[in-house]
Design a protein around this ligand. Sequence first.
Ligand SMILES: Cc1ncc(COP(=O)(O)O)c(C=O)c1O
Length: 549
Amino acid sequence: MIPYGHQNIDQTDIKEVIKVLRSDWLTQGPKVFEFEKALAEYCGVKYAVAVNNGTAALHLAYLAAGLKAGDEVITAPNTFAATSNMLLTAGAKPVFCDIRLDTYNIDEAKIEKLISGKTRVIAPVDFSGQPCALDQIKKIAKKYKLTVVEDACHALGAKYKNKKIGSLSDMTVFSFHPVKSITTGEGGAVLTNSKKYCEKLKLLRNHGMYKDKYNKNVMIALGHNYRLADIQAALGVSQLKRLDSFIKKRRQVVEWYKRELRDVKEIILPEEIKDNYSAWHIYVIRTVNLKERDRLAEYLKNKGVAVNFHYPAVYAQPYYRKNGYKAVKLENEEIYQASCLTLPCYAGLTEKQVKFISGLIKKYFKIYKNKLFENKESRGLIMGERVYLRKLTPADASNDYCAWLNDKEVNKYLETRKCTLAELKKYLKEKSSKIDCLLVGIFDKKNDSHIGNIKLEPIDRREKKAVYGILIGDKNYWGKGIGEEATKLIIAHAFKKLGLTSLELGVISQNKKAVKLYKKLKFKIKKIEKRAINHNGVFYDKIIMSIKK
Ligand SMILES: Cc1ncc(COP(=O)(O)O)c(C=O)c1O
């Protein structure tokens, strides 16, 4: 099985850890302080406070920010639950802000309207290793006097506008879990330029105690034991020396994926936007068709690729649904969480493995397409008495086809459009590569001329249904029963070959002839959508009809 993430440990790492094991000091001591110093230097920040995991680091950062019961914190739903779990632990209320659909990070443009009198902190998450729009977020924080606690657990080694992540927010949190940029087994840290925060973090990670001049423990706050061990810090110091090379390798993996997968139209690859240098903690693709995600994941898992899902929306987790987040639904996040799929990405992944994984993805979509649309008996044709149907390709774009699309009488019930040959080609290319669309041409058997189209889109394979549309373009064929014949052919194809169990269509209420025809073909009226069709500024009712197998 190829894992989705993996640590990279070499002999030097092992030697460094053994040295500590042979020393007198195992728990927080000189190695932890050395690690903190190296980490702060690497990120260009004054202080680093190491703790035993990223979750503890978040908890301490929230406490150091002074969060208390009733305070609100604006954060992202696309994260590991710890980001907001620790807010709840600190007594605060997470307020989820929708994400952007390019970086999958918090949408900075939607933050301000979520700010209330109770808001104290903004907690953005640098998802997948790509920094958030930190300038804009900090500007909002300054305007409303809020603290920024940046969850950069994915982003050690990343840069924003050429500055290292870790140096830019009031406090920045890292994790050193084995799948992260570097590892200490388990581990985490909070980085800050504020002495005040640093002192509070150090106090709280150690039971809220400090040593007085007689070396006595004095407890002045309710703290925790969140200390990192020197054994772990030794690994951290050693790993940190190779951090830049790890990030370079991850970036190389991403380039391989881009090269291999850029032509697969059925998936959306993640993009690195202008201001960012991503640490590529994870490589998350999305399926264009949301329904396709789980099947592709199953397919890859069965072939030995351990894909993952980062992340189900935090607000949709059962615990959150039961505890005050029952109705939360954010538009982009909903699309994202239903379509995301994490492919393996780590420093040790080879080009051969990336080719193998990408090859499987390409194969998956081909298999799927063939299964759905191939009509072996007639070599891709669906034969009727007077017409045949076949899948359209960009090569079918012709002047005649263009002319009937542009004919006002023909496109009377379509959205009016003026269509050039180039646009038509583009349209056909797009439709023929979509996995949830079957666009077929209706051809006269006698002279092979293209006289109209039928479209099934979207095809919902899970629900086994599709939306049907037809257009007889060549006016010479109007009133001759061609539409009826072609519709019967596609219904049979949809139910027998594609395994669908229902088809739905929408017809403008004015088109009485069509409604009559569909009734004859056993379509039933499901509902009428009032004024749903806007035709040159005039609104018409849309009659929704459906037929079941
Ligand atoms: C975004 C984010 N925040 C917080 C954490 C928690 O870190 P840790 O596992 O070190 O506790 C993780 C870990 O996966 C994470 O990905």
